[in-house]
Design a protein around this ligand. Sequence first.
Ligand code: SAM
Ligand code: DTB
Ligand code: SF4
Length: 333
Amino acid sequence: MATPARLQEICPARQARNDWTREEVRALFDLPFNDLLWQAQGVHRQFHDPNAVQLSTLLSIKTGGCAENCGYCSQAAGNDTDLKAIKLMQVQEVLEAAAEAKAAGSERFCMGAAWRSPKDRDMDTIVAMVEGVKAMGLETCMTLGMLSDDQTDRLADAGLDYYNHNIDSSREYYDKVVTTRTFDDRLDTLERVRKAGINVCSGGIVGMGEDRADRVGFLHALATLPEHPGSVPINALVPVKGTPLGDMLEGLPEARIDDIEFVRTVAVARITMPGSVVRLSAGRESMSDATQALCFLAGANSIFTGDRLLTTGNQGSDADAKLFGKLGFGRSV
Ligand code: SAM
Ligand code: DTB
Ligand code: SF4
């Protein structure tokens, strides 16, 4: 079993490894909780300011009516949710939302579209959004689905800072979650984005009925990419009525991710991808302050701010300010 004394061996100072084995990742998950958190906090302190949390804000720039069949998503056309579809927003409206986010202290503005992949005819608008938000002094992030080479190049030329594209779960569990695309489709887009010089943001969702072996496979897949993603969002499933996975959770509340297992997932992400910013993403609204504090102790150092994610609620800025006050967090990473 890995012990604190082996920390240097597991993660020599400021060196990230890409050769993790599944067994090593599993051994981290299986550590006694205190040993796991001690290691995660040790790695965190080698690579990051332990009391700084990066703030990102989300905006859904095109909502609903998506051709993919992701089992968790309110926006899949085939899921029977109450969501009203909204076409691609105007650039000016997006810039107004970005200005609000900046005024509220956010540093990164993440624009999400419910697309399987963008249409070429939408790319001029998308590029104008990236350029406009960047000109406001915010970091830009887009999540638009699968990209072609041309589309990736256009985003890179526009100066896009990050592209979010989640692998969501393990390769083995992937087709329990979505069948309109494959795990390899996801990896292909991530490779395009990386090669174009755009920072990768990639993570996934826990609490979809997967088991620990899938959480191991999920983090192992990210930690063995040619380069670790710059940002790793860890989402807890937000159950949405009318989606297969949301309805599953309603009928089977015990399938909800256990808080301690969620914290373990964050800690293993931190240890295996030491230089990445790990984002405590969707699902914070239903977490206690104590669970969120444990996530920060385990190495999470980013959150989504504001009272909305894409289509669901988020713990608003007042609650965040209170929590950050209690934890003595101030500056961002
Ligand atoms: N359509 C694009 C795509 O799928 O890449 C971008 C938008 S999509 C909504 C972005 C990510 O949000 C998904 O990859 C998924 O990980 C996360 N997500 C969506 N619905 C969620 C839910 N109900 N709970 C937690 N995470 C969710
Ligand atoms: C990510 O990993 N989580 C964000 C962002 N990337 C795009 C999205 C969370 C969505 C939660 C469900 C919703 O609001 O629709
Ligand atoms: Fe579409 Fe993205 Fe939702 Fe999947 S997660 S249905 S691709 S918007």
